[in-house]
Design a protein around this ligand. Structure first.
Ligand code: CUA
Length: 158
């Protein structure tokens, strides 16, 4: 009798195992490894040629989403950023969403942990809380052409 119970139990476990395996394989099939992005959630694709006229990048800058919490939609291009300068309230948590219109650019604010690679066709996301008042310089740290050294924008925290 015990053998029969154990046999049934064993077969049941085998089925559970196969189902788990199947579901896992299916889930992986839905999300090929190449589509996974490190750390900042799923990769979202945008068309660099039409991004300027497509929401949300047709309206660059800050958008309030909560108590001193904002989304910041920004564009990088040779050789600058949109918007040209941005005012951020002191203490604000800003979720940056940035993409490039042309080639790979950087987006770095020296003295902070803000350091992104901006890739055409992709949206790079990063969250930062601005706890110090003042003017911050945003620099491009990926070589992108003749005027790479000149590429910058400003964030004014006040
Ligand atoms: Cu953009 Cu260097």
């Amino acid at each position: 009798r015990y053998e029969k119970i154990w046999l049934t139990f064993g077969i049941a476990m085998l089925f559970v195992f196969l189902i788990v395996l199947g579901v896992g394989a299916f889930a992986q099939g839905m999300q090929p490894p190449g589509q996974q992005h490190s750390g900042h959630g799923a990769r979202v694709t945008v068309n660099p040629e039409t991004v300027e006229s497509t929401a949300p990048f047709n309206q660059l800058g800050l958008r309030k989403i909560g108590e001193n919490e904002y989304d910041a939609y920004m564009l990088a291009f040779a050789f600058g950023y949109g918007p040209e300068k941005m005012e951020v309230p002191l203490g604000a948590t800003v979720h940056f969403h940035i993409t490039s219109k042309d080639v790979v650019h950087g987006f770095q604010i020296p003295g902070t942990n803000v350091n992104m690679m901006v890739v055409p066709g992709e949206i790079t996301n990063l969250t930062h809380t601005f706890t110090k008042a003042g003017e911050l310089l945003v620099l491009c740290n990926e070589y992108c052409g003749v005027a790479h050294e000149m590429m910058h924008t400003r964030i004014i925290v006040k």
